[in-house]
Design a protein around this ligand. Sequence first.
Ligand code: SDX
Length: 428
Amino acid sequence: MSESAKLSFKGQEYEFPVITGTENESAIDIAKLRGASGLITLDPGFKNTGSTTSAITFLDGEEGILRYRGYKIEDLAEKSSFLEVAYLLIYGELPSQAEYENFSKEITHHTLVHEDIKKILEGFPSNAHPMGVLSSLICSLTAFYPDSLNPNRSEEEVNMSIIRLLAKMPTFAAWAYKNEVGHPVNYPDNSLDYCSNFLKMMFALPAEKYDVDPVVSAALDKLLILHADHEQNCSTSTVRVVGSSQASIYASISAGINALWGPLHGGANQSVIEMLEAIKADGGDAKKYLDKAKDKNDPFRLMGFGHRVYKNFDPRARIIKKAADDVLTKLGVNDPVLDIAKELEHAALNDQYFIDRKLYPNVDFYSGIIYRALGIPTDMFTVMFALGRLPGWIAQWKEMRENGEPIGRPRQIYVGANERDYVSMNKR
Ligand code: SDX
């Protein structure tokens, strides 16, 4: 029996259908609200508003549950691989052995980028933030593959764009880093797996032999899995809205990269380390910074804490915190910043302000500590987040296109000047 919700306004009653998803989440379908009542809803930040139905990722913020296509993040992080998870998110099912091998081979053989990309790269000063370089290089794919400008091409052609994105993003990310440190770029090595190839492009130097540390490669693979999708977050919503105008997938992903860059979103992993370093430099007094975070007159926020959806532990944060201990132990790294992070977490979880607001560590709180132990520089942390989130953005863009969703165009309530006569003050 289908449910409904009633609204009464100015003596009129209105009834709207309620839809319920496979995990018993319910929403009022207000598609006919304005036509029936003249009303719209107002919800800055869309805190109470669903933008779509989706079959990709389920998360329960109260219970701290995250699943990709029904599979628990804990199982995928422990047993799967990033490319297998990418396949699952994009195509909806885990790949067979043959499907996986073909997918992996396709990606490996598209990691090389057009030599003219180096001309674009050389145009960036060395102080260019790698996220700006990355979004620019991804968008430049529209120039090298102009057929991609039409998103309504055959399934095979769209899939080729998907493979190119997955294959070339690591190359672009590594090249953005090389541009920053003034080293020559490294070309992809097709004998290596996804993460090892990225690490070698990032860190290999002409004068030295570079061997990928399997501990580092495995840790990176797990981190990419944990970042792969997260339903309708800010950057994913950006990808869907840009894609809804029928802009190319490359333009849509480039827009998502830019949305992720912000410190309230994916940029938080860089801000967390900068915050922890500042606390360390200031004597390591966690309580002082907790008080700053609670002070409404102080713009300081505890970066890596709080979440729009999770009002319990972010399950990814739990996994990353344990991985941080494991990786630093295996690599023999002793990072005092990890101790400050743990002290800060303990203090916050026992502080009434954070308890009342259900503020817990999120995915960004510990991830930077692992990236740092892997030798990845701080301003590349959000690039790593983008590398992980790419399959999720692709899957969500593909779902939006396949569902034939309309162009995203919210309404507003106007609060500006009423009509007035034009009388110029400028004597021309
Ligand atoms: C990601 O959406 C996703 O799924 C994102 C993500 C993904 O995988 O895509 O999970 C990745 O972006 C994780 C979040 C990374 N950002 C940070 O760590 C930045 C610090 N956190 C906050 O800025 C904040 O918690 C947000 C942006 C994450 C969420 O903000 P909301 O949901 O808009 O909540 P809010 O700002 O309205 O905060 C509610 C209250 C406020 O206090 P009151 O007005 O009720 O007194 O909590 C306070 C806030 O001041 N608060 C914090 C805080 N976060 C919220 N106070 C101090 N420190 C914080 N970090």
